[in-house]
Design a protein around this ligand. Sequence first.
Ligand SMILES: *[C@@H]1O[C@H](CO)[C@@H](O)[C@H](O)[C@H]1NC(C)=O
Ligand SMILES: *[C@@H]1O[C@H](CO)[C@@H](O)[C@H](O)[C@H]1NC(C)=O
Ligand SMILES: *[C@@H]1O[C@H](CO)[C@@H](O)[C@H](O)[C@H]1NC(C)=O
Ligand SMILES: *[C@@H]1O[C@H](CO)[C@@H](O)[C@H](O)[C@H]1NC(C)=O
Length: 383
Amino acid sequence: MALQTLMIKLTPLLILVMSVHSHAIFESSNWKYAPNKGSVRAAYWPSGDDLAPSSIDTKYFTHIYYAFIQQHPQSFNLVITESDKKWIPQFINGLRYCYPPVKTLLSIGGGGSNSTAFSIMATTKHTREVFINSTIHVARRYGFDGLDLDWEFPNDEIDMSNLGILFQEWHQALVLEAKISKKPRLLLTAAVYYASTIKLIGNGLRSYPVQAICNYLDWASPMCFDYHGTWDNFTGFNAALYDPNSNISTHYGIGSWIGSGVPAQKLVMGLPLYGRAWKLQDPNVNGVGAEAVGEATDTDGTLDYDEILVFNKENDATVVYDDEAVAFYSYAGTTWIGYDDGPSITKKVQFARFMGLKGYFFWAAGKDKDWTISRQASNAWGH
Ligand SMILES: *[C@@H]1O[C@H](CO)[C@@H](O)[C@H](O)[C@H]1NC(C)=O
Ligand SMILES: *[C@@H]1O[C@H](CO)[C@@H](O)[C@H](O)[C@H]1NC(C)=O
Ligand SMILES: *[C@@H]1O[C@H](CO)[C@@H](O)[C@H](O)[C@H]1NC(C)=O
Ligand SMILES: *[C@@H]1O[C@H](CO)[C@@H](O)[C@H](O)[C@H]1NC(C)=O
């Protein structure tokens, strides 16, 4: 009854988004997907990772991002550190002759980067131009196929508006450079908040510049993870697909992006290859939402997928699949871990396909166990 009332008020688009909640729809084998051309199966490669770029199994990927390079906080030129000097050539050369081929993108920023410096850079035409020129210079010098911005996060409406101008000028500069150099235009992408409006962190409500994203980016990549972590004093999922009690879910986030006017074909959905681990207040109270007292010992609160498998095995952990959230958790003693495994990743990728998205990406290559999840995701995508 309540649902009927809602349906009348909502646009057809939202009805589609809502109806996905009955899982059966997008899991049905009768569902015919649109052709899969130009789709994206991507992963970030954190520089210096144990995994050598040359050993990335590119069967499962179309694009790999180098993560991360930083801008200088005053000059706004990209800074190539000693470590970048070592890793960028290994990255490019390691992936240059791989089969099947992948495209490489240089990602600027990341979670630990200086958000204020992005804000200042984006404010004036001159500083944007210095930054843009530097990104093109570095990308061409090393042979990248594209550029990616991971600004976490624009802090207010002014930042969001300047971000839109940055995208426009950046795109124009890339088009011009391609004409002059007679090379294919560098791709331009951005990692963005899981939802189109940032609510929960920083300075109040601010929405992404949707029109600029549509016009000037090849795609935007909502980071559909980090929903709950040890900053909460209760256990929860890192990346629930659904949450009946809140808007902190991938279903809500992707729906908000499409609802804001960004075509599904411009969205590449984030998937985590890591979980988050709490120390339980009471080992006998170990469900979702159980009281917790900070990070599980010996981790900073995150555990890579391959490490979680080892933890579960060594500690004979209880593993639970939450069908409603489409996520896993495991616990042993006072340690509680919320994470994703093959079946939840598969359902999320099916969701991305059903929604008509351009693709998905992982944070990060090197956290998988023998490409198990990467393979299952690729299969679910229907590659
Ligand atoms: C971040 O950038 C701002 C603006 O340029 C600068 O004032 C500040 O010192 C930087 N912070 C760090 C930690 O480098
Ligand atoms: C940026 O590059 C363009 C094209 O090469 C050039 O005309 C312009 O002067 C450069 N701007 C700055 C601030 O370096
Ligand atoms: C957790 O946080 C909530 C809200 O801030 C508070 O009411 C509750 O007492 C806290 N619990 C613990 C165990 O700290
Ligand atoms: C979720 O988002 C919708 C639409 O943006 C809003 O109306 C609703 O109040 C939100 N729900 C919660 C629990 O925040």
